[in-house]
Design a protein. Structure first.
Length: 122
């Protein structure tokens, strides 16, 4: 399975990428939503995208909205991994097309649990 991690924090990208690789994913990375959208066009569509909310150039919520519409219409499972902890933000992300929502700081167990809910981990 392929995953794309979109976060402007190099440390978070490294942590998530390591977790996903340990779970058998091939992982690509992007530093913002615009770069992430380019990956949806240029490469194979990932099975999973983990995306931060607050990033320069294009936010995670804007990425989710765009990824669910033509010309992208991504079938990838989208998981927000963010410091946004307010319920209205969570609802907004899910209504925009995110499949799951994880709040930072997160644990490996929280990520695995969400992947299990998405049918992407055992």
């Amino acid at each position: 399975m392929n995953a794309l991690v979109i976060d402007d924090s190099r440390a978070i990208r490294l942590i998530l990428a390591r977790m996903l690789r340990d779970l058998g994913f091939e992982v690509d990375e992007a530093t913002n939503g615009r770069e992430g959208l380019a990956r949806l066009v240029d490469g194979e569509t990932p099975d999973l995208v983990l995306v931060d909310w607050n990033m320069p150039e294009m936010t995670g919520i804007d990425f989710v909205i765009a990824a669910r519409k033509p010309p992208y219409s991504s079938k990838a499972r989208l998981m927000m991994v963010t410091t946004e902890t307010e319920v209205p933000q969570m609802v907004r992300a899910l209504e925009a097309g995110a499949d799951e929502y994880v709040m930072k700081p997160f644990t490996r167990e929280a990520i695995v649990e969400k992947l299990q809910l998405l049918g992407l981990a055992v």
